[in-house]
Design a protein around this ligand. Structure first.
Ligand code: BV8
Length: 246
């Protein structure tokens, strides 16, 4: 079994996708054939879709919130926490997942690039995103309490980055700084991602451009497999503990 080549000055940047949560029982985007709970992704994960039918979008996200009941991190999440604790500031984890499982496992040097399923925010006022685990009943679109107190009606929305929405610049700057500082000392590890969604899918190119080496752990070879120096095919919950063992 291969192990990730980590020496005293190796910097590790990890990118995870839906595949890292699959063994915890969270359905992946691709497994659903691009249809989530039977909905076209652009109907339920885009600003236009929300403007068109906020009740449908809230039903979709409420279903996903309810679906997280009893779901816990798996061996892959825990192996990444152990590596973070071993490397400290030479480690950074970027996840495309909104399921909160990395945070639940104890990850701290973590960027949740596409937002968080269990947080909501107001579509009008500048109230910061807040924890909201509520799976709203069909037909209910939650409203902002602060706007209501000011006599206004304002819809809440999930604190999620939808297709066509920009990623927080501060996140991208932090990733850029990490890659630039690491340079040739960088090992980039992608886990459980089909490599189709940008800007996350471009991180492997940035890592290689900086002189780093790229690793992929995935159940099958994804579209961008040729951009990886090393490929380990298999379930990440089983593969990562061995691959990351010190
Ligand atoms: C942006 C939140 C600037 C939602 C998500 C045209 C119009 C508008 C935009 C675009 C456009 N063309 C291109 C774009 C850019 C667009 C994009 O990349 N589109 C793609 C489809 C081409 N990107 C954006 O819009 C981003 N913003 O670029 O802003 C801009 C703005 C306007 C126009 C241009 C640019 C924002 C993207 C964020 C979208 N939000 N999530 C929600 O989750 O509810 S993305 C969503 O889908 C997920 O978060 C995730 O990122 C993605 C699914 O990808 P994966 O995580 O890789 O999951 P997937 O199921 O695909 O793959 C799982 C893999 O795991 C598989 O390979 C499988 O084999 C493997 N696997 C399974 N089990 C296991 C396993 N591996 C290991 N172990 C296992 N057990």
């Amino acid at each position: 079994m291969k192990t990730l080549p980590i020496t005293d000055d190796t910097h590790v940047l990890v990118l995870t996708g839906a595949g890292v949560s699959a063994e915890s029982g969270v359905p992946t985007f691709r497994d659903a054939g691009g249809l989530w709970e039977g909905h076209d992704v652009h109907e339920v994960a885009s600003p236009d879709g929300f403007a068109r039918d906020p009740l449908l979008v809230w039903r979709f996200y409420s279903q996903r919130r309810a679906g997280m009941e009893g779901i816990t991190p798996n061996g892959g999440h825990h192996a990444l926490v152990a590596l973070e604790r071993r490397l400290g500031d030479r480690f950074l984890l970027v996840t495309q997942n909104v399921d909160g499982l990395h945070r639940a496992a104890g990850s701290e040097r973590l960027i949740e690039l596409h937002g968080e399923l269990m947080r909501s925010r107001c579509t009008v006022c500048d109230r910061p995103p807040f924890e909201d685990r509520q799976a709203y009943k069909p037909g209910v679109a939650p409203m902002c309490g602060r706007c209501k107190a000011a006599g206004k009606d304002a819809l809440l929305r999930p604190h999620i980055v939808w297709f066509g929405e920009i990623i927080d610049r501060a996140y991208l700057a932090r990733i850029e700084r990490f890659v630039d500082t690491a340079g040739r000392r960088l090992v980039f590890l992608a886990v459980g991602t089909s490599g189709l969604v940008y800007p996350a899918a471009g991180l492997v190119d940035a890592a290689r451009h900086a002189g780093g080496t790229s690793w992929l752990v995935n159940a099958e070879a994804p579209a961008n497999v040729e951009r990886f120096d090393h490929v380990v095919l298999g379930p990440s919950g089983t593969v990562l503990p061995g691959l990351l063992a010190n």
